[in-house]
Design a protein around this ligand. Structure first.
Ligand SMILES: C[S@@+](CC[C@H](N)C(=O)[O-])C[C@H]1O[C@@H](n2cnc3c(N)ncnc32)[C@H](O)[C@@H]1O
Length: 287
């Protein structure tokens, strides 16, 4: 069950982020670390619990640059979204593995280009559900929806009425899988990616990032070990391993690249060096 203190405040949640209504059946499992909350802690967020901070602190002690690498992993989502909206005119996004809301969220980036943009967010972690109000702040001209769903079972969440009520499957949709697939093996991750792409019309896009140890193997291995010790499965991939997700699609320049090299000119911040990042990114069009 979600926990509250004596004054009724939800533990671990800022006042502004607490659910408007009690969520009696919500089990946040504060006894074990969760990927969304450890990621939030590494980003510098407050939506996490001691068990998550313990994992994050161990990683930060041994790999002080992990906060920079994590922020870079979030920032590339903003650039991919802006690129899809500005260069390809994409106005519909299906974001699976959304994470705890962290401004700017995907819809804020997409709707800064065109306020009519429509976004469906999907995640399977109850903490993301508890904060999903922050994802439903669409511009009035557009629409956002939050669907509780598991990436490994796309048929199930695609059938949610909120999906058809938000996205038009006769027009291009960008499937956003950002910092998600490294929690799954190839055997578990590839089938849902294919099923989701099959459901999208021609002219749709896949934007995907995935963790790698190609840049700083010793440090990333420590991070990976700390996640595993906390019971969080994780799988690092080489560039070739990430490229496999794009088989049959038309990759945009610069192809699958380290995130610091993926269109850094779209960022206000100067580009990082290779040894400061630990993920690949790619954007490709479905023919
Ligand atoms: C590292 S966070 C990334 C958040 C966001 N996409 C970003 O890049 O900033 C990974 C998210 O994927 C979610 N996730 C992990 N496995 C999932 C699954 N099988 N189905 C849906 N969401 C999942 C986690 O709950 C978490 O919110």
């Amino acid at each position: 069950m979600a926990q509250r203190d004596e004054s009724g405040d939800w533990l671990g949640l800022r006042a502004s982020e607490q659910p408007a209504e009690p969520l009696p059946s919500l089990d946040l499992r504060t006894d074990r670390a969760h990927p969304a909350r450890v990621y939030d802690y590494l980003l510098g967020g407050k939506t996490n619990f001691p068990v998550d901070r313990e994992v994050g602190d161990r990683i930060l002690t041994e790999w002080p640059g992990s906060r920079t690498a994590t922020r870079a992993a979030r920032a590339v989502m903003h650039r991919m979204t802006r690129h899809l909206a500005e260069t390809h005119g994409v106005r519909q996004f299906l974001d699976v593995g959304t994470g705890i809301p962290t401004g700017p969220n995907l819809h804020e980036v997409a709707q800064s280009v065109d306020p009519t943009s429509r976004i469906v967010y999907v995640d399977n972690d109850p903490i993301v559900l508890a904060h999903s109000r922050a994802l439903l702040t669409s511009a009035p001209e557009g629409r956002t929806a939050y669907v509780e769903g598991d990436f490994r079972d796309p048929e199930h969440f695609l059938a949610d009425p909120a999906v058809a009520g938000t996205l038009d499957f006769d027009r291009p949709i960008a499937l956003m899988l950002v910092n998600l697939v490294h929690f799954l093996s190839d055997e578990a991750a590839h089938p849902p990616v294919r099923k989701l792409l099959d459901a999208l019309p021609s002219g749709s896009f896949l934007a995907l990032t995935a963790g790698t140890a190609d840049t700083i193997p010793e440090l990333v291995a420590i991070g990976s070990k700390r996640y595993s010790e906390a019971g969080i499965e994780n799988h690092l991939r080489t560039r070739a391993g990430v490229e496999r997700f794009f088989d049959g699609l038309e990759l945009d320049d610069p192809g699958v690249a380290l995130i610091n090299r993926w269109r850094p000119e779209l960022d206000d911040e100067p580009a990082l060096a290779d040894h400061e990042v630990s993920a690949y990114a790619g954007v490709a069009r479905k023919p």
